[in-house]
Design a protein around this ligand. Structure first.
Ligand code: ZN
Ligand code: ZN
Ligand code: FE
Length: 747
């Protein structure tokens, strides 16, 4: 006989871990006990050495699906001759280890949902320890029912019995409920609850082309029939969102394949427990209403992830399911927001009485180079910690301004918040502060330093200065760079190509086409694109033609530039005059804007309704069979490489004038960037021997750019690192900021 004690760390609470250990201990003839502690799970087992070893193997290799073991520390202790195996009460006052993310409905629950003889047949809130809401319902730690928004629902005897039975799939499943004791749906029209089955009412409304607001896991969605053009159009008008693609929820994988090309990796991602939105290439978008994703060759698709969604999709196989808000405001989630805020948006509201504690948006992923990467990390992932080296003292990293997230660090664990959104909105700012306070409490992190962007006007920067904590300001593109290196735990020097729309540079100008050399702690800017002016400042983001005008003037002269957009000649003259006078024409090295310029030169878009729209279009139309390329002039100047785009812009303009199709111009431009990157990397390797390349920044959301750069570089023997855990857009900035602070602490 032998006895072991073990401490298991990670996400091991609220995910069925103790019942799993209980079952395995019994199966392996072991005695002992298990209990939750402040760091995870503590257990002692006693039996034959072979049985103990087999038990620990199972523990490590096939733990419950939602658990994430970060560490098992085991040692031998004296045998006690204990009889039987028990689950012991966790001592009071102890804090829960980690809160699990919200997880999509599991197969067992789905089966029960649709079995006529199950006591939860068609119950829209069915869940178990393997699935259901978590992060979105937690008020406080420890993760017990009283600290969730299920506190108000007292379990009926059968539910209570499941909850207390270690062998039951619902043992200590905090949101456990049934139709007798749990939350219920209601269907409201003009604020008045309607008689009848809410799910049937929903189906009837959707069938008749209406828009219905649906309360989900982390907020309200707006739903309509994705095959009904007038309904989708109506939704666009009400949301005042005219072009940005809408996400779809489709009933099944078969349904997804009717519209989209689905690879094995994409299929795995769609059906994963997290069930994110996956961006897929369409093949038959004509079957859908044209307004779902106008002019877009990709669709954001997800499968039903709550039992309620499963019921709703029965009647309608394809729903538009977009966040319930106006234009770019954050998704509504407070119950008290329902009647007024949703009134102008929806014809009816399908809601329920389980409060949402915090907004959790849908995550958005794309499969690149054969595996998944996040474009928005939220439901299903937040607040699962990410690894982060260094950082002896707790850190709060505030993130950027757009697509904001923040990041709390404690003992090599980085808790990245769910997608917060754009901090321009005062409502979002208030929520941001609430959420920071809430996550500090949940993970008992008392930050001793705060990290922010260099940009003086970011809301996050202003709030960081107000915190009174020791402060570190990290340059935007260095934070992007550090995010990649930290993800891959690389601390040897690397060369980073950080291309995005906007970031505040150390010289006070707007950067965005940067080459950095260094490590997580610090880097040097060793290259950038030739600067140009943003006519009209920030508003140029929505006016790609102005950027084309600006770069065309530099490449070909004023007369040529003015002839590009004859219908805008008067406005163009004014902009040029203002720029001459040094008015409202800040200097930039933004790669994102250079994409906008090329899109405008190709006559794709002169104006856009959201940042990056023209660049997305440019990517999507590119003709992959085109082999020709433009060429940047690579110049070595005092402050490093200057990537002179004048020949590129000149040839693009000449080609467009000659009638070369935009598809070819786009591809030549993309190729020229990959070539530029390879040339720089090769030159730099000759000088320094460095062959590790990091790619980050919002421009690398562009699949074509990413794959061209990746293949050029890997063929030339470089090792290429990209973001796989956090978004390469500004949603990953807070993690990068935290990484810099942690690295500097350890120095
Ligand atoms: Zn389940
Ligand atoms: Zn019940
Ligand atoms: Fe950025």
């Amino acid at each position: 006989m032998i006895r072991f004690r073990a401490q298991v760390r990670g996400i091991v609470q609220g995910v069925g871990f103790r019942p799993f250990l209980y079952r395995e201990a019994i199966a392996h003839n072991l005695s002992g006990f298990v209990k939750n502690t402040s760091f995870g799970v503590y257990l002692e087992v006693e039996g034959s050495l072979a049985d103990c070893e087999a038990f620990f193997t199972v523990l490590q290799t096939t733990p419950p699906p939602l658990s994430r073991i970060t560490d098992v520390e085991r040692s031998e202790i004296p045998v006690t001759r204990e009889q039987g195996f028990s689950i012991r009460q966790s001592s009071s006052g102890e804090k829960s280890a980690l809160v699990s993310p919200d997880i999509g409905i599991c197969d067992d629950c789905k089966r029960e949902l649709f079995s006529a003889n199950d006591r939860r047949y068609r119950y829209p809130f069915i869940n178990c320890t393997n699935c259901g809401p978590r992060f979105s319902i937690v008020n406080d730690v420890p993760y017990d029912r009283v600290n969730t928004s299920m506190a108000g629902f007292v379990q009926c005897p059968p539910c209570q019995h499941e909850y207390e039975n270690p062998l039951d799939r619902r043992f200590h499943a905090q949101p456990n409920a049934c139709a007798v004791c749990g939350p219920r749906l209601s269907f409201l029209v003009d604020g008045v609850e309607q008689k009848g089955d809410p799910v049937d009412l929903f189906a009837a409304f959707i069938r008749s082309g209406k828009i219905v607001a649906v309360k989900g896991i982390g907020g309200f969605h707006l739903a309509c029939d994705a095959t009904n053009e007038s309904a989708v159009n109506q939704l666009r008008a009400r949301k005042q969102r005219y072009e940005k693609p809408f996400a779809l929820m489709l009933r099944s994988l078969d349904e997804v394949e009717r519209y989209c090309i689905v690879s094995d990796e994409e299929r795995a991602l769609l059906t994963s427990p997290q069930k994110p939105i996956v961006l897929l290439q369409t093949h038959s978008e004509a079957l859908l209403a044209p307004s779902v994703a106008p002019g877009n060759r990709r669709l954001g698709v997800m499968l039903p992830y709550t039992p309620l969604h499963c019921l709703l999709l029965e009647a309608t196989p394809a729903l538009v399911l977009t966040s319930g808000n106006i234009s770019d405001c954050p998704m509504l989630y407070h119950d008290n927001a329902i009647p007024s805020a949703l009134a102008s948006l929806a014809d009816a509201i399908l809601t329920h009485n389980r409060p949402i504690v915090r907004r959790v948006d849908d995550s958005v992923f794309i499969v690149s180079l054969g595996s998944a990467r996040p474009l928005r990390r939220a439901r299903g992932w937040a607040p699962e910690p990410l690894p982060l080296k260094g950082g002896a003292r707790p850190i709060l990293a505030m993130g950027a301004q757009q697509k904001n997230t923040f990041c709390l660090v404690r003992k090599e664990q980085a808790f990245l918040s769910s997608h917060v959104g754009d901090l321009d909105d005062p409502e979002t700012e208030a929520e941001y502060l609430r959420e920071i306070a809430s996550m500090q409490r949940l993970f008992s992190i008392q930050p001793e330093m705060v990290v922010c962007d260099l940009h003086p006007d970011y809301v996050s920067t202003r709030l960081a200065h107000k915190s009174g904590l020791p402060l570190l300001a990290v340059q935007h593109h260095h934070a992007h760079f550090a995010s990649v290196l930290a993800e891959h735990d690389v601390d040897s020097p690397a060369l980073g190509f950080i291309w995005d729309g906007t970031g505040y540079g150390t010289d006070g100008t707007i950067w965005g086409g940067e080459t950095l050399f260094g490590n997580v702690a610090q880097s040097e800017r060793i290259g950038h694109i030739l600067p140009f002016r943003l006519f009209g400042g920030e508003s140029a983001v929505r006016e790609p033609w102005r950027i084309a005008l600006s770069v065309a003037e530099i490449a070909l002269g004023r007369a040529e530039a003015l002839s590009l957009f004859p219908s805008r000649a008067a406005e163009a003259r004014l902009l040029l005059q203002a720029s001459d006078a040094g008015l409202n024409a800040p200097q930039t090295t933004s790669m994102g804007r250079l994409f906008d310029a090329v899109a405008a030169i190709c006559n794709l878009r002169e104006t856009v309704s959201f940042e990056g729209q023209a660049a997305i279009l440019l990517e999507q139309i590119a003709d992959a069979s085109e082999q020709e390329t433009y060429r940047f002039d690579l110049k070595h100047e005092q402050d490093g490489w200057i990537y002179d785009w004048r020949p590129v812009i000149k040839h693009a303009i000449l080609d467009a004038a000659k009638g070369v199709p935009a598809e070819k111009i786009s591809m030549r431009f993309h190729r020229s960037l990959a070539k530029l990157l390879l040339d720089t990397a090769a030159e730099h390797r000759r000088e320094t021997g460095c062959s590790t390349i990091a790619l980050s920044g919002g421009c690398f959301q562009n699949e074509l750019l990413l794959s061209l750069c990746h293949s050029e570089l890997t063929q030339a023997g470089f090792s290429v690192l990209i973001n796989r855990l956090v978004p390469c857009n500004d949603g990953g900035i807070s993690y990068g900021q935290a990484a810099v602070a942690a690295a500097l602490q350890t120095k």
